[in-house]
Design a binder for this molecule. Sequence first.
Ligand SMILES: Cc1cc2nc3c(=O)[nH]c(=O)nc-3n(C[C@H](O)[C@H](O)[C@H](O)COP(=O)(O)OP(=O)(O)OC[C@H]3O[C@@H](n4cnc5c(N)ncnc54)[C@H](O)[C@@H]3O)c2cc1C
Length: 394
Amino acid sequence: MHMTSQFNAPDYYLLDDLLTEEHKIVRAAVRDWVNRSVKPIIEENYEKAVFPRHLINELGEIGAFGPFIPENYGGAGMDYIAYGLIMQELERGDSGVRSMASVQTSLVMYPIYSFGSEEQKRKFLPKLATGEMIGCFGLTEPNHGSDPGSMITRFKDMGDHYLLNGAKMWITNSTIADVAVVWAKDEQGVVYGLLVEKGMPGFTAPETHGKWSLRASVTGELVFDNVKVPKENLLPGVKGLRGPLSCLSSARYGIAWGVIGAAMDCYDSALRYAMERQQFGKPIAAFQLQQKKLAEAITEITKAQLLAWRLGVLRNEGKSTPAQVSMAKRNNVAMALNIAREMRQVLGAMGITNDFPMMRHMMNLESVITYEGTHDVHLLITGHDVTGLPAYKG
Ligand SMILES: Cc1cc2nc3c(=O)[nH]c(=O)nc-3n(C[C@H](O)[C@H](O)[C@H](O)COP(=O)(O)OP(=O)(O)OC[C@H]3O[C@@H](n4cnc5c(N)ncnc54)[C@H](O)[C@@H]3O)c2cc1C
């Protein structure tokens, strides 16, 4: 029994009034697809720790890859609200499915579109948009996570090519990627993006096993052992940490929306259960303590929706700052994780089973609160922004 197929999207403050017809059509299409293609299979994939790879082409068909990339490069030319709504619906299905689309869109297509040469854009973007090609993003290293500026992955100019050495860890899509956007330092210590392609000698991507979170998502390493990277595979349009950080801003923006989908799914399932489940002769929804959980959940979802929507408008106008994105990512992920925990309790024992989505969302959100900048690091970014004093640096 999957109660979420009866999903009712909470919209307490009538935020739908702020959306265009196009936004609503896109959201409805992705919502239907999630109900049809993700919900029925996701619990089993999660249990088996297998990414549902057969969904990739369908994700391309519904426009989940690069919705804001212009149409002449295979995208849909939509705005950032549409992108957010797509992420929300995908994450209502599963954070792993949303992660796959986030990486493909914000961490692979976005840097190629923003910093790539015309040849790179033509070669990669249309195929990434359909899902014919899969991408991944290599920034984190075994010994450098929150502090990527200290990375040790390096490339040397060998005249007619670059020689790349180093390793990346915790990389979403790593083993299935055809192209990896890899951030590495040149001999002067300046960070550049390199497009490393599957099959280049010396490049391997072993999978990371044993995750209790994001189990329906591929995570692995990227290992570079004297990889010869053609010179035309360097992203010419950016140098320094601004490159990866601008990609992260785009992805974090999508996460701020995505996690609302997970929270909605938990809230909606718990509300329905609480109305039906009887104890002491009445529905558990009639007890004040259960109402407190539900009332706080809808309040927090509504606040998160407002934050995400306003951030989307600012992003559409080119006015959003990275610190504003940090605030929304941090607030909304913590909101969703708390709601997953509270809504699970509303279901009592049933809440721990895979008949309901709460435990899966909860475990997924433990990754989401860590990746793309941890909860604590985002707080320090807000602290830096309001004081001018960077507490996260030595
Ligand atoms: C499932 C999954 C998928 C991922 N996918 C990708 C991907 O596709 N590409 C990619 O590049 N990376 C990816 N990551 C990596 C992710 O971005 C990092 O895990 C994250 O940036 C944190 O780095 P770390 O795990 O090394 O933790 P660390 O940086 O070692 O942090 C450990 C703890 O110390 C805290 N901390 C660190 N610095 C400070 C400070 N200055 N002040 C206070 N506290 C601090 C952190 O908040 C955290 O609680 C993924 C991670 C996961 C779990």
